[in-house]
Design a protein around this ligand. Sequence first.
Ligand SMILES: Nc1nc2c(ncn2[C@@H]2O[C@H](COP(=O)(O)O[C@H]3[C@@H](O)[C@H](n4cnc5c(=O)[nH]c(N)nc54)O[C@@H]3COP(=O)(O)O)[C@@H](O)[C@H]2O)c(=O)[nH]1
Length: 505
Amino acid sequence: MTWALVVLATVIGTMVPLAPTLYVSWRFALSTQQEQLNAYALRVLDHTDAVYADAVSALRTIAAMPFPPCSPQHIRAMLQITEEALSVVNIGYGAGDVVECNSWGILNYKLVRAPVQIEQPDGIGLILNWRPTNFGTDRAILILRLREYSVLVDQRQFFNEWETSNPFTISEVRTRGGRPIYASYLDRDLPTPPDASDASVEKVSRNWAVTVRQPRITFKEHLQANRAVLLPLSAAIALLSAASGLLVLRRQSSPRTELAKALKKGELVAHYQPIIELATGRCIGAEALVRWPRADGSQTPPDMFIPLAEETGLIERVTDQMLAAVIEDLGDLLRDDPHAHVSINLSAVDITTGRILPVLERVLDGSGIQPRQIWLEATERSFIDVDGARATLLELRRRGHRTAIDDFGTGYSGLNYIQNLPIDLLKIDRSFITAVNTEAPTRDVTPYIIAMGHELKLQIIAEGVETENQAEYLRTQGVSFAQGWLYSKALPASAFLVFWTARRR
Ligand SMILES: Nc1nc2c(ncn2[C@@H]2O[C@H](COP(=O)(O)O[C@H]3[C@@H](O)[C@H](n4cnc5c(=O)[nH]c(N)nc54)O[C@@H]3COP(=O)(O)O)[C@@H](O)[C@H]2O)c(=O)[nH]1
């Protein structure tokens, strides 16, 4: 196949004039840049929406509390919310023209409440670029106002770390009315602010508009340098340049394209890791884990392509194909044994947008499989948009599905988040199980996580159980279920069915 392609490319490379080829490659490079910018802009917008949603949630929470203004309980509540909300630096209260108290206590100096500059579509008032004195920071602050309450957000929160991966890409965040609140070039050592020749993409959400830019000139210079070398060379060695052009093209085939192709061809498969009831040693179900077998016999690990799928908008298709694979592979088992279940990993976007709900309904409708047999796992990253996550989880539970928080202990969620979310199971991350009975610093955390699960009346699943010693410890701590290499690695469907038959009895 490769030889055929090389011969074909050689013939074409000899015959086709070079200029159109260069023109096409230029257009191709341009559209790739546009695609990259689109993905970038969506990520910046997601991040902006998440920071804003976090601050609005803090604002609405404090505004709904019944404490007497500036009482000790009131100030304590403001401090607690400030500490828990990732983006909030302070909360202020003032019924009149001045701030009377904030998260730090009652104010002993006069701080005038800045007037609202912009009314957001969601009813929140905004004050931009507030630069406080006596406040321990010289950074620009965004104030969100709801009645007597002001929530303060450091505008640098809108900076996105991934921008640093491409030094020429910059982002600007504005309100829907066009007022700028953040421009990343202000915080980075870039030679100039953006200009009109930049390639740019704009994306808008309900409250925000985001523009992402890359200087077009950099791209053009690069292309012209290539041409200066290629034109004389290609005249002399047309055959060689055609073949090497093909090789370059093949190497440039991006990981995203490869993953998209694999999804299109249905190359991703599900493997199943048994879940064991610790008290009886019986297998009660499995976790479906995606596998990507390659033509050369190797496997690309999910750790490599799941983040890529999440970044490039392919993750929904991964989830959908896994769901379809589970029904195809284990449908008969689930219909025959109504107590069996399969856990499926959902992505943050499945949970926060609720897009998984109609998909599940469509797949299960008429399948003879009960919703309670499909457990759904979400990582803590899904809960940055708490309201979206709660709505989806509530609906899943109403339909009868069981919901689990995955990799627990590795994210930022605290007790406060979890007790307010409709979750049935807590999966302790492998790192905390590996630490059991070792000298690892995290070994003392494991009992606290288990106690937290019990306190919240959640069933607990331990991941990554590799030794009988760990299993015994978990049994004595009242952990219900376990999965890990002690019992089995993730198995192809046929091997899992054999395991199930042996361990179900
Ligand atoms: N959104 C989706 N994410 C998925 C899906 N399938 C997998 N993933 C996520 O990718 C990460 C890596 O998964 P994988 O390489 O499959 O690793 C899993 C197990 O194989 C591994 N494991 C299980 N037992 C042991 C053990 O005893 N020791 C050991 N060293 N490793 C073990 O742990 C991974 C289980 O992950 P988790 O989901 O946290 O239970 C991983 O984050 C997957 O979530 C998918 O379909 N969609």
